[in-house]
Design a protein around this ligand. Structure first.
Ligand SMILES: [Zn+2]
Length: 139
């Protein structure tokens, strides 16, 4: 009996004060974001691949300056890919947290992330404070 009660309580706590409509709204935003990032990522991968093919094709006739600008181009393409992949992973991660019922709480300090922040960055999983702490540590 007690166990049943706990399970029900656990389930109803999923939305953490957020209405089902709000959760669905966030899910739709995150899914849309994930899809568009996915499309962007895939076209960037294709673009990158093309760039490499051209590079291999021309490599024989390159002089120093040419290969320098190609390296820069490739670096830019690689960093774009990394950024897109990061954002896609973030959106995916946020959707998982939505399913777990932990969405909207900071991964650092577990305080609720302000709604205004989530509206601007729906895939945010940390509050502004913890985010800047993390970045400081990373840098
Ligand atoms: Zn925090």
């Amino acid at each position: 009996m007690l166990v049943n009660g706990a399970v029900i309580t656990g389930k109803s706590a999923t939305a953490k004060g957020r209405s089902a409509e709000e959760v669905e709204q966030i899910r739709a935003i995150l899914r849309g974001r994930f899809d568009s990032l996915n499309t962007e990522y895939e076209s960037a991968v294709a673009e990158n691949h093309k760039l490499r093919l051209v590079e291999i094709g021309d490599a024989a006739g390159d002089d120093q300056a040419d290969s320098g600008s190609k390296t820069a181009e490739r670096d830019a393409a690689t960093s774009l890919l990394r950024t897109l992949l990061d954002r896609r992973t973030q959106a995916e991660h946020a959707m998982q947290r939505l399913d777990d019922g932990t969405y909207g709480n900071c991964e650092g300090c577990s305080n609720p992330i302000p709604w205004e922040r989530l509206e601007v960055f729906p895939s945010a999983t940390t509050c502004v404070h913890c985010k800047s702490n993390r970045e400081r540590r990373a840098g």
